[in-house]
Ligand binder design. Structure first.
Ligand code: FAQ
Length: 311
């Protein structure tokens, strides 16, 4: 016999209503949300690094200003998301520790290197494009603070995607060397961006329960398909080739069939053995240590203010 609290929670989910921080929720629901939201926050924060690599080498002042604004947006997304996760009772320090210990995950995509300026275009177009496809449905996630944070994040991601598309478009209208650079970046980022949606549905242990709780609204494969269908006409407009010989329109399904992804590579990256995993975590740890004086100064200031208020 379910308790009254359990009944109320089940009713909220059945009515597709929002669960708020003070509502009772099953422990599994809370844990799933902390896992997904903190992983998402870590992804935004670690995700600043591949692009930050090009801020000082952007080809013009305008490109530098745009790239800096984008990377700052990612910091903001990370902060909203950590705040949303904190409403579930998990302290921020604990989430940070799990990231630097390697016990918490962040998106596989941020463990690939950014070798040329065209990678800024490919990240915006493909990585932010995949992020939007995955995240627009999360605006309707049943947990209120998560869904509301996603609304603003998705608006900003949509600008990010357009700026990436525009970088590639400009390169594709340029010299042969610029065209080759754009194509090379698309060749390297395409498959990893498809893996951002997670393992195939048959190997996704969390999907079913997360969908039953209205956290995830679509399965990993459904979203991946939606992304591929969206990319094909955009690639045609850009004049780039998507690096998949098996990609073709299927008249029967009305969707593009695509080739097998290298799931061994995905699991290697998740296990910490991707091209940049070590570098990304070392950099995050160092940034935290370098910021110690700011935290100490802020705490000292807060103490002084509190004492002044007493007198
Ligand atoms: N990378 O059972 P499922 C961005 C893990 S966008 C690493 O299918 P779930 C914007 C998964 O956590 C990127 N790990 O899991 C940006 C689970 O492990 P666990 C971030 C992955 O949660 C753009 C295990 O595999 N976006 O940052 C990945 O139901 C440009 C089994 O998988 C989000 O996080 C992966 N790709 O579905 C920033 C969106 N895929 O936890 C800077 C929110 C799966 O049991 C520059 N998250 N795993 O140990 C989600 O929608 C979901 O969590 C999925 C995974 C779809 C990622």
């Amino acid at each position: 016999m379910p308790t009254l609290e359990e009944q109320r929670f089940d009713e909220l989910i059945a009515a597709d209503a929002r669960v708020e921080p003070r509502d009772w929720m099953p422990e599994g629901y809370r844990k799933t949300l902390v896992r997904q939201i903190s992983q998402h926050a870590h992804s935004e924060i670690i995700g600043m690094q591949p692009e930050a690599n090009w801020i000082s080498r952007a080809p013009s002042l305008k490109r530098k200003a745009i790239l800096m604004a984008k990377v700052q947006d990612e910091a903001g997304h990370g902060l909203y998301l950590y705040s949303a996760a904190q409403t579930l009772g998990t302290p921020r320090d604990e989430m940070f520790q799990a990231l630097v210990d390697g016990t918490a995950k962040y998106s596989s995509i941020f463990n690939y290197p950014t070798l040329t300026w065209a990678d800024m275009g490919a990240i915006g177009w493909l990585v932010d494009g995949a992020a939007i496809c995955n995240q627009v449905p999360l605006c309707r996630a049943s947990y209120g603070p998560y869904g509301r944070a996603m609304v603003r994040i998705c608006k900003e991601e949509s600008f990010h995607q357009r700026q990436g598309f525009e970088i590639l478009l400009e390169l594709m209208n340029g010299t042969d060397a610029q065209k080759a650079m754009a194509q090379d970046a698309v060749d390297r980022w395409y498959a990893p961006s498809l893996m951002m949606f997670g393992p195939p549905d048959g190997d996704s242990p969390n999907s079913q329960q997360s969908m039953a709780w209205n956290i995830k609204r679509f399965s990993n494969d459904d979203l991946r398909q939606r992304f591929v269908d969206m990319l094909v006409p955009q690639a045609e407009a850009l004049g780039v080739t998507l690096p998949d010989p098996d990609l073709r329109f299927n008249e029967q399904t009305g969707h593009y069939d695509y080739g097998q992804l290298d799931w061994d590579e995905f699991h290697e990256v998740l296990a910490g053995r991707g091209p940049c995993n070590g570098q990304r975590l070392a950099h995050r740890r160092k940034a935290f240590e370098d910021g110690a004086w700011v935290r100490e100064a802020a705490a000292a200031y807060a103490r002084t203010q509190a004492q002044l208020e007493k007198v």
